[in-house]
Design a protein around this ligand. Structure first.
Ligand SMILES: CC(C)(COP(=O)(O)OP(=O)(O)OC[C@H]1O[C@@H](n2cnc3c(N)ncnc32)[C@H](O)[C@@H]1OP(=O)(O)O)[C@@H](O)C(=O)NCCC(=O)NCCS
Length: 231
């Protein structure tokens, strides 16, 4: 896998993704964005600015130029009309993905450092059946941090879920079922019954990728929500 490519191979061609392992700068300044991070620590300012350079480059591929991207009151990104998108950043990596609402309904991407979760967080993030699945996968494929992968999958789920529903979703309200061979997963929403059904989001499908063995590189996950089927 090429060093810069964690999402390119995961997302359909209708999704435009720009990712970077170095900090990027815009040629022009976006005052609204700068005011949003004026009091943030430098690392937060760097990730916020660079991921927005990525997002504007991706939006450019959709024909949108010079858009300021200030989060809403729930921290969700605000995209131009007719666009869905998602952003992620972790140490040494930033990525943004966008698509036309003519092609897909929702999008979530997440990148994490490839390392196991702290043991004390497992019961907060993983359902008992997910912890059993992680145990089985660890014994067969110990090079992958399966618990962190489920965490990332749930973050991708939330980033796709929230803009469509405007509802909070807890880690234990979603069950991830990983396919280790196909590098895919299903996300079953196990709460928010009427909301999930109304938005046709009771099951979402995602894909994942892992660089290096656990302890090195990144994990990436993504969710694309297809257009509703026309009956
Ligand atoms: C929102 C959340 C998923 C972000 O994930 P993270 O690992 O902290 O950070 P990432 O760098 O991967 O992603 C940050 C980006 O997420 C996006 N984001 C933040 N809130 C969002 C929301 N409500 N809806 C959609 N996207 C959101 C933003 O683009 C943000 O970038 P920015 O801060 O530069 O604007 C996380 O902070 C969170 O609140 N998680 C709890 C909810 C959850 O994940 N539930 C699991 C359901 S199965």
């Amino acid at each position: 896998m090429k060093g810069n490519d964690i999402f390119a191979s995961l997302l359909p061609s209708s999704v435009h993704v720009v990712q970077s392992r170095t900090e990027l700068e815009d040629t022009e300044s976006y005052g609204e964005e700068e005011r949003y991070i004026a009091n943030a620590v430098p690392e937060r300012q760097h990730e916020f600015r660079t991921v927005r350079v990525c997002a504007r480059r991706a939006l450019g591929q959709l024909g949108h130029a010079g858009i300021a991207l200030v989060p809403d009151e729930k921290r969700a990104p605000v995209w131009p009309a007719g666009v869905v998108g998602s952003m992620t950043h972790c140490v040494g990596f930033r990525a943004a993905a966008v698509a036309s609402t003519n092609d897909i309904r929702g999008l979530g991407i997440d990148a994490e450092l490839h390392a196991s979760l702290p043991a004390e967080t497992l019961d907060i993030i993983l359902l008992p059946e997910e912890q059993r699945m992680v145990g089985e996968l660890n014994s067969r494929y110990p090079e992958t941090a399966w618990d962190r992968l489920i965490f990332s999958a749930k973050e991708s789920v939330f980033k796709a879920w929230f803009p469509l529903t405007r509802q909070w979703l807890d880690f234990l309200e979603c069950r991830i079922i990983l396919d280790a061979q196909a590098h895919s997963f299903d996300a079953e929403i196990q709460a928010k019954g009427s909301v999930a059904a109304e938005h046709d989001l009771t099951v979402m499908n995602g894909r994942w990728i892992a660089e290096g063995p656990s302890g090195r590189g990144l994990l990436g996950t993504c969710i694309t929500v297809p257009l509703a089927a026309v009956c």
